[in-house]
Design a protein around this ligand. Structure first.
Ligand code: HEM
Length: 171
């Protein structure tokens, strides 16, 4: 049963995302646009904060002894950060972003597709970090601190490109 848990969680996340997008698509008013954009930006900030902090925790966790008090504390911090902040923030970012893309641009803009492609990569990284939380929780991490330092830079680079695309809309 515990082997099916990640799959179950992924299905629950997809169902919640589908419900959130459907609920948002029932709202169709110009007045709602700035509100949804504000929620999108709030969710983006929360998602990015978590995506930058989690690999930083892994850097320290990778250097602590399995079974030590410090290692157990990192496990709790990582699990809570993922479940309470990163996962819900990603769902709200996607739901609000898709709504904005539809109501603001009819999904007809080159920069929007480039942005979505980069957000898909960011979401893939989210999946990798989420699986890594599980590996750390079971004391199965084999990657050195240097690996997590490098991983820590990836969301920063993606975020810079994503923000430039949405603000400058170069194509
Ligand atoms: C697939 C998910 C996403 C979609 C479909 C999406 C789509 C959009 C759209 C259509 C807008 C409105 C642009 C406008 O009104 O000019 C917007 C705003 C914005 N998005 Fe996203 N977005 C997504 C994820 C993200 C992510 C991951 C980030 C940052 C890392 C981000 C950062 C922003 C920012 C900063 C704005 C405000 C731009 C402005 O008002 O000039 N978005 N997004």
């Amino acid at each position: 049963m515990s082997g099916n848990r990640p799959l179950l969680r992924a299905i629950v996340a997809l169902v919640v995302l589908a419900l959130a997008v459907s609920a948002l698509f029932l709202i169709d008013s110009a007045a709602a646009y700035p509100w949804i954009k504000a929620f999108h930006i709030i969710a983006v900030i929360s998602w990015m904060a978590g995506m930058l902090y989690l690999p930083r925790l892994f850097v320290y966790h990778a250097g602590s002894k399995p079974g030590s008090e410090q290692s157990e504390t990192f496990k709790v911090m990582e699990r809570r950060l993922l479940r309470a902040i990163i996962n819900p923030a990603m769902i709200v970012t996607w739901a609000a972003g898709l709504w904005l893309g539809w109501h603001g641009f009819g999904f007809d803009a080159g920069w929007l597709y480039a942005k979505i492609a980069l957000v898909l990569i960011l979401s893939g990284l989210h999946g990798y970090l989420s699986a890594s939380v599980r590996r750390f929780a079971e004391d199965r991490n084999e990657k050195p601190a240097r690996h997590w330092r490098i991983v820590n830079e990836v969301p920063t680079l993606l975020m810079i490109a994503i923000v430039l695309l949405v603000v400058l809309k170069p194509f």
